[in-house]
Design a protein around this ligand. Structure first.
Ligand code: ADP
Length: 295
């Protein structure tokens, strides 16, 4: 099964154009949807999750028309929204059990087995009797994945799941995601390049409602190979380079400002070639398309 999104557009009543002609083909496996805040990721995720309507376009999940056969989608969908609210005074086990009923697992014994298996999988079994209000951010997100995995979904959507997690929690969360079967479509929306780098076999970059790039991370890296150059600069030099070079990022290395420049040729011998990483891909898409640079 594949998810096929064609020419999807959405403008909110306040005039914000959140999606513009989005066309994406999402195969099974882990798909990274990378974009900065406001890019349109959540709008796209909510639309795929049948929670809001686009103005135009189509979404097919295998043979299912997502925009008209909503109930069919919901049966095979697991969704972890960006704002995942929990009832603070309910235990993890009780809420998961309740959500399992809503997902149609009515047999008590089967439900208990499913709930316990998911609590084990997400490493929350020992905390199952605790109220969710006392959970850390990472525990809440793992609970969010537990509920998203109820009823063996074939499409799983996780919207910005690692924002706000500390490195250890993030790691645990990503490991959990990577254990989800290859026969499932998993869409991970994020503004964190490393999330995609570590997990995803396919990716897209979106900004201002438009798809800027799709492919595998390897293909994306290949497309800028030999075109990224680095140089340490002083603060005073920065403005000058900004005017004359296609700077895609300003980083710091051991406390010193370092710029990465996109150019087909070595700008001059003060620049050294770098092996691009996925962050270079991302910043090239976001900032590297300036016209009329003077390299
Ligand atoms: P992301 O998830 O990438 O941060 P969103 O889909 O949340 O992006 O938002 C895309 C754009 O649409 C932003 O400019 C945002 O302010 C706007 N937006 C999102 N939801 C609404 C809404 N319900 N009404 C009006 N504008 C919205």
């Amino acid at each position: 099964m594949e998810l096929d999104i064609r020419n999807l557009s959405k403008t909110y009543p306040n005039g914000v154009r959140a999606l513009h002609n989005v066309t994406l083909n999402i195969p099974q496996g882990m798909f990274g949807l990378l974009g900065p805040n406001g890019a349109g990721k959540s709008t796209l995720m909510r639309t795929i999750a049948t929670l809001q309507e686009p103005d135009n376009g189509s979404i097919m999940l295998g043979d299912i028309d997502v925009l008209t056969q909503k109930e069919d989608v919901r049966k095979i969908l697991g969704y972890l929204p960006q704002e995942f609210g929990v009832y603070p005074r309910v235990t993890a086990e009780t809420l998961l059990d309740h959500l399992a009923v809503l997902k149609g697992i009515t047999d008590r014994k089967e439900r208990k087995d499913v709930v316990h298996a998911l609590l084990h999988k997400t490493n929350l079994y020992d905390h199952r009797k605790k109220n969710l209000g006392g959970f850390s951010g990472g525990m809440k997100q793992r609970f969010g994945i537990a509920q998203a995995l109820l009823a063996n979904p074939q499409l799983i959507i996780v919207d910005e799941p690692t924002a706000g997690l500390d490195p250890a929690e993030r790691n645990r969360f990503l490991n959990l995601l990577s254990d989800i079967g290859e026969n499932t479509i998993v869409i991970l929306s994020t503004h964190i390049v490393d999330d995609v780098k570590e997990l995803c076999t396919n990716m897209a970059v979106i900004n201002e409602g438009e798809v800027l790039l799709t492919g595998t991370p390897t293909e994306a890296l290949e497309s800028i190979k030999g075109k990224i150059w680095r140089r340490e600069v002083s603060k005073e030099e920065l403005d000058q380079f900004d005017a004359t070079h296609n700077i895609i990022s300003k980083r710091r290395s051991a406390g010193k400002p370092v710029i990465h420049v996109l150019s087909d040729h070595q700008p001059d011998d003060s620049f050294t070639a770098v092996t691009p990483d996925l962050e270079d891909v991302y910043f090239t898409e976001l900032f590297g398309k300036k016209e009329a640079v003077l390299n």
